[in-house]
Design a protein around this ligand. Structure first.
Ligand code: MSP
Length: 538
């Protein structure tokens, strides 16, 4: 059996990665989807009190990037530098992505180590020289099998097309170096068998198992027809195949062959997040490369489905790409971060639509959640001068809320933190929000407020304490998804003086009833999610 990352075994960080994205263009919604997912998982695990290392970056070599730069009339390095600094990094900052590092494959810390890794494989007899001729898709940067190709129609009549990019493949013929991938089929299958959770979701796992069962071909790992890449150490007429170069980022960024302590404290990844388009690279080639070099295998490969626009996979090349900023300028960063994980079951394909986003924003964020927060703050202001009263008259209705919260915390923690099923986790949290709304409607505090007797005051205090304390927990649970609005709620509840910073609140403690102390200063604060017609448009 091969060792796998288990995360947070003594001294090891929980290590989360996104794919490193091609910089042939600016990021679109599809890229942001996987990156936000990684960020939410990271923040969730951090709120469990775990040490987390979150890596993202850019994949800068290969023909795809080279051709784009040529078309723009600049060197590929200039192109990458510009795009990384002007488009990719700023977008991740804008979306509040809390990555610990950003690796670029043109950095020396990466290229030197890639050469060493490949040299090691060569020295171990895992690489040989040979020839290959076959259909190649530059969009995928991958040789295709003839059986996978589609027959072109219309402008592409008579040509064979890549099934993902729907563009003609090119026939490449090269003298290359090959990695003996074909020798790893049985070892990979044994690993999948022994580690049923290695590839997630189940459909992705099945696809990979079926693919490997059909038998693997050796992998061409060098290119000699262009030079935008890392030269093969023993033969600089070749550059290393961009996918081998790219996959190694997960090792080079955390100290591979450079800083053993850092490497041991981080590698391997506990969760590699990626789209299902690049599943095989991560679930087949990557583990085989690691096995060949005697390194530990990652814990889990979690594939997200495709974001579809008009039924097509969203991408720049088919002009369905939507800029994340178009969405955030209208709905805000928090709603953006929340929406895709809320609307689509992670792992399944799902359609993006403006109408659905607007509808969910209004019903779930503005009405169910935002309204609850502002009503509760307003009532504490009106009936108790903004000083959170003590709950002295708990009954069955309150008990149901305490139980509902405990369940929401347990479900959300398992779904988000363990299973990487964001939608189910968000649902657990919002079911609780609905429950609290129902509690307020049933208890009718505005009517109880008319009763001036000590019993009436105690009842009113209990209702408002229960609602505010519920919101305290909701702020903690939603913070990984929506940090800005959660912070506003935290401030409006006056939670910080007694409980400390929001990001320091532990998920494990979130369901413990009674954390928000009576006497906290509750203020109305800014509206969490302004109604769309009230928002300034971009
Ligand atoms: N450079 C490679 C990855 C190397 S990782 C060692 C690459 N880059 S990419 O820029 O094409 O990004 C692909 C990733 O972006 C997908 O795997 C997915 O995470 C995300 N997505 C891009 N478009 C997407 C959709 N339409 N839907 C969902 N995710 C999408 O492949």
């Amino acid at each position: 059996m091969v060792a796998t990352g288990t995360g947070n075994q003594s001294g090891k960080a929980f290590y989360v990665t996104t794919p490193i994205y091609y910089v042939n263009d600016a990021p679109h919604l599809g890229h942001a989807y996987t990156t936000v997912a990684g960020d939410v998982l990271t923040r969730w695990r951090r709120q469990r009190g775990e040490q987390v290392w979150f890596l993202t970056g850019t994949d800068e070599h290969g023909q795809k990037v080279l051709r784009t730069a040529e078309a723009k009339g600049v060197t590929p390095q200039e192109w990458c530098d510009k795009l990384v600094e002007e488009a990719w990094k700023p977008l991740w900052r804008h979306l509040e992505i809390a990555n610990d590092d950003f690796i670029r494959t043109t950095e020396k810390r990466h290229t030197d180590r890639v050469r060493e890794f490949v040299q090691d494989l060569y020295d171990k007899g895992e690489i040989y020289q040979g020839g290959y001729e076959g259909p190649y898709c530059v969009g995928c940067e991958e040789y295709k099998l003839p059986g996978e190709l589609l027959a072109g129609e219309g402008e592409h009549a008579g040509k064979q097309l890549c099934p993902i990019h729907k563009r003609p493949v090119e026939i490449l013929k090269e003298e290359n170096y090959f990695f003996k991938l074909s020798e790893y089929g049985d070892k990979l299958l044994a690993h999948y068998e022994a580690n049923p959770g290695f590839i997630q979701p189940e459909s992705a796992r099945n696809e990979v198992v079926n693919f490997v069962r059909q038998g693997l071909q050796d992998l061409s790992i060098s290119r000699s027809t262009f030079d935008w890449g890392v030269p093969i150490p023993w033969d600089d007429r070749h550059v290393i195949y961009v996918w081998v170069d790219a996959l190694l980022n997960y090792a080079t960024a955390v100290g591979y062959n450079q800083n053993q302590d850092t490497f041991d404290a981080t590698f391997p990844a506990d969760v590699h997040l990626l789209g299902k388009d690049i599943l095989r690279f991560h679930a087949v080639i990557w583990p085989a490369l690691l096995m060949a070099n005697g390194l530990r295998l990652p814990g889990r490969i979690v594939a997200n489905g495709w974001l579809l626009v008009g039924g097509e996979k969203m991408s720049k090349s088919n002009l369905t790409g939507i800029s994340p900023r178009d969405i955030t300028s209208h709905f805000g960063v928090d709603a953006f971060r929340w929406y895709l994980l809320r609307a689509i079951a992670y792992g399944q394909d799902g359609s993006f639509s403006w109408e659905d986003l607007a509808a969910r924003y209004t019903s779930e964020l503005a009405n169910d959640y935002g309204n609850l927060a502002s009503r509760v703050a307003a009532m504490v202001g009106k009936y108790f001068d903004g000083v959170l009263p003590e709950a002295k008259a708990d009954g069955d209705a309150e008990k149901a809320i305490h139980d509902g919260l405990a369940k929401a915390v347990a479900d959300a923690d398992r779904k988000i933190g363990d299973d990487v099923e964001f939608q189910a986790g968000i649902q657990a949290i919002f079911d609780f929000v609905k429950q609290v709304n129902g509690y307020i409607s049933d208890q009718e505090p505005w009517k109880v407020a008319k009763d001036d007797s000590p019993e009436g005051r105690a009842r009113l205090a209990t209702i408002l304490y229960t609602a505010a304390e519920s919101l305290r927990a909701v702020a903690v649970l939603l913070n990984p998804f929506m940090p800005a609005s959660s912070q506003r709620l935290w401030e409006s509840l006056g939670a910080e003086p007694a409980l400390g910073a929001l990001a320091d609140q532990r998920v494990q403690d979130a369901g413990e009833w009674g954390r928000l102390p009576a006497g906290a200063t509750v203020t109305k604060g800014a509206i969490l999610f302004p109604r769309l017609e009230d928002k300034p448009t971009a």
